[in-house]
Design a binder for this molecule. Structure first.
Ligand SMILES: Cc1ncc(COP(=O)(O)O)c(C=O)c1O
Length: 432
């Protein structure tokens, strides 16, 4: 059991053992991780200069937003705000999100996939996947560069056995062979849930076309060997593709791939529409069997009814209104351009070669983030040093990786940010 959970249990036990005895197995295992949120909280206090920790986007010291949403907040009809939304979400919103998916991933045309069901954003969608497909000790296979919350959602809450494989090959491409081997290592169990997140948090990487083709072929081969796979695409940062990567969701290629494969798309307005606090996401299933899709949709409604009952109605109305607006694409494109310019700027700065002694960087081409691989200093030591001496907040991941959210730093400030990180590394190296 996690040490933090043990501490909490001891705390309850010492005060009142009766209440400890009331806890369920899950209740005993639960804790609040000291992960990104703790590091972000520290940065909020100390990173007076640059706070590159948070998973949102900012502009002129404010959260980034699409003006049409902000401008219309006072104009809604009460009927679109106050009543309960249906458990599956507002029908018009579901229809438009499906249409949006088809426009953005045209390979979905002629594939059999469900209507998107509204969730209380992506974390909730992922927890529905965990509830529906993961029993204790079932395998969750995923690359080793990952969003830490998967551990709570799948590991702590549902008891999944988490099997990781190295995200990148030596050449800096997606490690399809590692993925296939990791899946096949679970073959004796007959099934696995595979979780793929592109654009990736934390690396900012999305596979290229040839890599995507290899991934899809590998999944088919694993299924042909008799394994049942639920393949989840976490498309949180969908659409933020800046370079030579695929521009469609992998979900489109995995839908209908093989009778043993169920494709599940988790996406939503959180990151791609800059609506982090609104909590609107979607879960969509694809396989070649419409009756299965219908049954899965009903089971999903059962979970929603039995947990949150229905997602926020006002938030759904705001997203729906945005999707209906003629300004939506243009305004979204504006924000896309800002983030793309920042990503390209980061690459340009790093490619000058000035920091070569301090770190390498992992390949990135999309999303909100990029990751440095430090040389000779520990990531956590550097994070604390940068906070204490330079007012700079970054996220430390494992021994040597540092995640930088360029989504939160203006383009003209990026050079200074990396100069300060570099200076931090130099300070630490001088001490050793
Ligand atoms: C990869 C990934 N998936 C899912 C989420 C959760 O998104 P939401 O806020 O919609 O629950 C995040 C948030 O940081 C994320 O980075």
């Amino acid at each position: 059991m996690n040490e933090l959970a043990q501490d909490l249990n001891r705390q309850i036990q010492q005060e009142n053992s009766h209440i400890y005895e009331l806890l369920s197995e899950l209740g005993k295992k639960l804790y609040f991780p000291k992960g990104i949120l703790t590091q972000t909280a520290e940065a909020k206090q100390k990173a007076y200069r640059y706070n590159a920790t948070i998973g949102i986007a900012t502009e002129q010291d404010q959260p980034m937003f699409i003006p049409l949403i902000q401008e219309t907040l006072a104009n809604y009809d009460p009927k679109d705000l106050y009543p309960y939304a249906p458990p599956a979400g507002k029908p018009e919103l579901r229809r438009l999100w499906r249409e949006k998916m088809l426009n953005e991933s045209p390979s979905l045309k002629d594939k059999s996939f469900s209507n998107p069901i509204v969730t209380s954003a992506l974390t909730h969608g992922l927890s529905i996947v965990a509830d529906l497909f993961v029993d204790k000790n079932d395998s969750l296979v995923l690359p080793d560069k990952l969003w830490g919350n998967y551990n709570l959602i799948f590991g702590v809450r549902r008891g999944a056995k988490i099997v990781t494989f190295p995200f990148f090959t030596e050449d800096g491409t997606f490690n399809t062979i590692g993925m296939k081997e990791a899946l096949l290592s679970q073959k004796d169990y007959g099934k696995a849930v595979l979780l793929l997140n592109f654009p990736n948090n934390p690396t900012g990487y999305t596979p290229t076309e040839p890599e995507a083709t290899e991934i899809v072929a590998a999944l088919k081969e694993v299924a042909q060997q008799g394994m049942n796979l639920a393949v989840v695409t976490d498309d949180a940062y969908f659409g933020l593709f800046y370079e030579n990567s695929i521009k469609e969701s992998l979900f489109a290629q995995i839908a209908d791939l093989h009778p043993r494969i169920l494709a599940i798309k988790i996406d939503g307005a959180t990151k791609e529409d800059y609506l982090w606090g609104f909590r609107v996401g979607f879960i969509t299933y694809a396989c070649g069997y419409p009756a299965v899709l219908d049954a899965l949709e009903k089971k999903t409604l059962g979970i929603i009814r039995g947990t949150i009952s229905s997602a926020s109605h006002p938030a759904q109305t705001f997203v729906l209104n945005a999707l209906l607006s003629t300004e939506y694409q243009t305004q979204k494109q504006e924000k896309f351009k800002i983030l793309k310019k920042r990503a390209l700027k980061v690459k340009q700065i790093l490619d000058l070669g000035d920091y070569r002694a301090a770190w390498d960087y992992y390949p990135f081409n999309s999303g909100y983030f990029m990751c440095l691989k430090l040389k000779g200093v520990r990531a956590e030591t550097l994070r604390l040093h940068l906070l204490d001496h330079y007012g700079v907040g970054v996220i430390a991941l494992g021994e040597s990786d540092v995640r930088v959210a360029f989504s939160c730093v203006e383009e003209q400030e990026l050079k200074h940010l990396f100069d300060l990180i570099y200076q931090g590394v130099q300070d630490l190296l001088a001490r050793t």
